[in-house]
Ligand binder design. Structure first.
Ligand code: COA
Length: 175
């Protein structure tokens, strides 16, 4: 595991927005490389960041979102907007900041978290304990439900939490 002792623990951020994301992405117009996929994405309700030398160098966002899977309905922690300063990648900051958002989700009593990512990011999340869902998740879009054009992954927030079999319907915009 990366040694992140040089970094502070993640804290909740009062302000967070697109200019902050672009700054971490080195000024890229498409810092998540998902612009070509289209779709409408849900802004996050809570933001967690790692401060380092007077600025935020890693971010993870979090919403509470209802899902329906195999006839069961439950809320998940929807994790999104995960980004690390382009000059500080590969030092464990994604691990650290995602853990901060998941701790907040656990404190809200949530038992599972869900995220969407490009296929080349999936091995990183698998390494962090996330499991790929086999089929695309169907989520809300402005003109009706549609499959999310990214892979879906979930992780348990309690030792007992499992994920039911069956198609997943997210009753929210994807995050
Ligand atoms: C994706 C991103 C957030 C990763 O940030 P990072 O700080 O470099 O990631 P970390 O160093 O915390 O890596 C987490 C762990 O995954 C491991 N890992 C990284 N790439 C991996 C891979 N391809 N396969 C397996 N494990 C991998 C790391 O070794 C690390 O493990 P460790 O903590 O046990 O040492 C960063 O590259 C980024 O900001 N990219 C642009 C925005 C983006 O794509 N965000 C993701 C949206 S879903």
């Amino acid at each position: 595991m990366s040694d992140t002792r040089q970094f502070a623990e993640p804290t909740e951020l009062a302000d967070w927005g697109w200019p902050d994301i672009q700054a971490l992405g080195g000024g890229s117009a498409d810092p998540f490389e998902t612009a070509s996929l289209g779709g409408t994405w849900r802004p996050k309700d809570r933001h967690f960041g790692v401060w380092h030398e007077g600025r935020v160098v890693a971010h993870a966002g979090f919403v509470v979102a209802p899902v329906e899977v195999g006839g069961q309905r439950f809320d998940v922690a929807g994790i999104g907007g995960v980004i690390v300063d382009a000059s500080l990648r590969g030092h464990g900051l994604a691990r650290l900041v995602v853990a901060g958002a998941l701790a907040a989700a656990r404190a809200e009593g949530l038992e599972r978290a869900l995220l969407f990512c490009l296929p080349d990011r999936a091995p990183l999340y698998a390494h962090l304990g996330w499991y790929a869902l086999p089929e695309p998740v169907v989520a809300d879009q402005p003109d009706g439900p549609a499959p999310v054009p990214l892979g879906a992954m979930w992780t348990p927030l309690t030792p007992e939490a499992g994920w039911p079999d069956g198609p997943v319907r997210l009753h929210s915009l994807p995050m």
